[in-house]
Design a protein around this ligand. Sequence first.
Ligand code: 5RP
Length: 212
Amino acid sequence: MTRPNLQIALDHSDLPNALKDVKEVGDIVDILEVGTILCLQAGEEAIRCIRALYPNKKVVADTKCADAGGTVAANCRMAGADWMTVICCATVPTMSAAAKEIEEVQVELYGDWTYEQAQKWLDAGISQAIYHQSRDALLAGETWGEKDLVKVKRLIEMGFRVSVTGGLTVETLQLFEGIDVYTFITGRGITGAEKPKEAAQAFQDEIRRIWG
Ligand code: 5RP
C-alpha cells in the first residue's frame, strides 16, 4: 500500500486570495488543484500562475468537463496543467478526446453512475477516479461512512487510482485506514483554517501516521 498524496483544492472566487493560500501551503502538499470555482472565475490565468510558482508539482484543472473534452484539455495543458477532471456523465468520446490532449484525465463521480460505466472508462484507458461527497450533499446532512468505503474499495479493486474529497477533516482520514486511497483532496479544511500552513501539515502528519 502506498502513502496517499495530499492535494489542495483552490476553490477561491478570486485569484489573489488563491495565490496567497497556495504560497503558504504549496511546499507542504503534493498536488495543486485549480478548483472548479477558480476555473470559472480566472481559469487560464490561475493555471498559468500556479504552474509558474510551482514548476515541479502536479497541477490539476478541476474543470469537471462535460463536453468538448479535446479543446478544454488542450487549453488546460497549454496553460500548464498536468491533469484535468471530467464529470462522470460525460460521454466516453468526450473523456477519450480529453485524454489525448493532456497527461491524465480524472473522472469526477457525482450523482448517478454505475460500475458498468466505470469499466468503460477503464477500457478507454482512464484509470483515475475522484470519489466525491458534494458540498451540497454535505450541507443536506450527508456524512462519510461505510457506504462510501464500500464504493471506494470496489473502484480500487477494479483498477482505479481513487482520490477522495468533500468536506474532509483531519479526523475523517482514519475512516480510510487500510484502504489504498491515491489522494486526499482538501479545500476548506486547509484554506478555511485560521492557519492554513499548520492545517496542511496536520493533514500530512495524519496521512503519515496512518499510511507510514
Ligand atoms: C467541489 C470540489 C472541491 O474542490 C473538493 O471537494 C474539495 O472541497 P472541500 O474540501 O472544501 O469540501 O471539487 O466540487
